[in-house]
Design a binder for this molecule. Structure first.
Ligand code: S3P
Length: 166
């Protein structure tokens, strides 16, 4: 496998769990853009947003994507907002197959409602916010090479579907 497997999708769509499972089955490295951003800055995503702002985070994310897109045969677990900059997807596609893990806003809300680490969803009406962001982002996520249904609680379906497509 020379091409990278790139997972994109909304927060809570299962990118991290699915990429870890793919990494195990394919015996390949998994790189998470959020984890790299945290390591580079020495603080959590939440702290980066709070102290330096979203634009700073997006610049950092774009730099990370540019670098890791040069690699081969790895699995890339992308932060949910990578599609916001056109150049990110262009970089990711040069050497990778991009999979969009699709889950509905309601499913996403159920999965993440008790989590507190996502700065964009620390709002009074998280479900409303998810719906709004989801609708704005949908055409961008759909620019992936493949759309994978990730609504089920089990990750087995998406994992097998991705493995069948590579
Ligand atoms: C974001 C998603 C997060 C993280 C940041 C912004 C987004 O990643 O990069 O909080 O804009 O959708 P996950 O999708 O891994 O939660």
């Amino acid at each position: 496998m020379n091409k990278n497997i790139v997972l994109i999708g909304f927060m809570g769509s299962g990118k991290s769990m699915i990429s870890r499972e793919l990494g195990k089955r394919l015996r390949t490295d998994v790189i998470a853009t959020d984890a790299l951003a945290e390591a580079k800055e020495g603080m959590s995503i939440h702290e980066i947003f709070k102290s330096k702002g979203e634009v700073y985070f997006r610049d950092l994310e774009t730099g990370i994507i540019k670098d890791i897109s040069l690699k081969q045969g790895i699995i890339i677990d992308c932060g949910g907002g990578v599609i916001l900059r056109k150049e990110n997807l262009q970089h990711l596609k040069t050497n990778g197959i991009v999979f969009y893990l699709q889950a509905t806003p309601e499913v996403i809300y159920q999965r993440i409602k008790h989590e507190t680490h996502r700065p964009l969803l620390k709002v009074p009406d998280p479900l409303g916010c998810i719906k709004e962001l989801y609708n704005q982002r949908l055409p961008l996520y759909n620019q992936a090479d493949h759309v994978i249904d990730a609504n089920d609680v089990s990750i087995e379906g998406p994992v097998v579907e991705i493995l069948n497509k590579i």
